[in-house]
Design a protein around this ligand. Structure first.
Ligand code: DC
Length: 221
């Protein structure tokens, strides 16, 4: 079975997908980690990130692999475990070069689909239900208001972002949503058959409960 969770940055997709996969005994595909890994490899090799043909070539020759273990999904590329390296702010800053390229996204499809061929999966990202797994049995679109996402992000940062105000964080989140939703390739959008879960006033457990119920209903049919 394939369960997809798409939605904007900061809606809680990663925590939800990880925990949902754990409770269901499914594997967790974090598709953002794959784009991060390729960005990291390209940066560490000094590649021109704006040359999307070159970056797609790099992906073809770099043996990108996602594997699932007790600690969650790990990702290796170019023969190296990149699971931790991909979380740096430099990778986050540059990932749009890689994630917005149609050539790269096309090359990324088989890697994501292979992961699902190996068994039940909860796949998380921006285009899981729309492009990568349009045939998924259960699709969720996890959302929350920009205000709530800004508050969560500020709590996560624990005052470590000097000079960051709530208003500025909200504005950044709205700008990122607009960018993600209007990019020409794989824009962020709700699949027609996706169930919207608004997590603004829900705890992680409540979100998981809602999703578990939907998955179990579908499995029961
Ligand atoms: O979920 P994340 O923060 O790790 O995602 C990192 C970036 O990758 C984010 O800017 C959106 C992009 N992304 C994407 O374009 N398509 C996906 N399926 C997953 C992530």
């Amino acid at each position: 079975m394939i369960v997809t969770i798409d939605g904007p940055a900061g809606a809680g997709k990663s925590s939800v997908a990880r925990e949902l996969a754990r409770r269901l005994g499914f594997r967790h595909l974090d598709s953002g980690a794959l784009y991060r890994a390729l960005t990291w490899l390209a940066m560490s090799r000094g590649e021109d990130l704006s040359d999307s043909v070159r970056i797609a070539q790099l992906l073809r020759s770099s043996e990108l692999a996602a594997t699932c273990g007790p600690e969650g999904m790990s990702v290796s590329i170019g023969g190296r475990d990149a699971t931790r390296l991909i979380r740096s702010p430099e990778v986050t800053r540059n990932i749009h070069f890689v994630a917005d390229s149609a050539d790269v996204r096309r090359e990324m499809l088989p890697c994501q689909r292979r992961f699902a061929d190996a068994g039940d999966v909860v796949a998380e990202g921006r285009d899981m239900g729309t492009v990568v797994f349009p045939e998924a049995q259960v699709k969720f679109y996890l959302d929350a208001t920009p205000q709530e996402r800004a508050d969560r992000r500020l709590r996560e940062l624990c005052g470590k972002a000097a000079g960051m105000t709530r208003e500025r964080m909200i504005a950044e989140i709205i700008a990122r949503d607009t960018f993600d939703m209007s990019r020409p390739v794989s824009p962020l959008r709700r699949a027609d058959d996706a169930i919207v879960v608004d997590s603004t006033r829900l705890s992680l457990d409540q979100v998981i409960e809602i999703m578990m119920r939907r998955v179990q209903e579908t499995r029961g049919h």
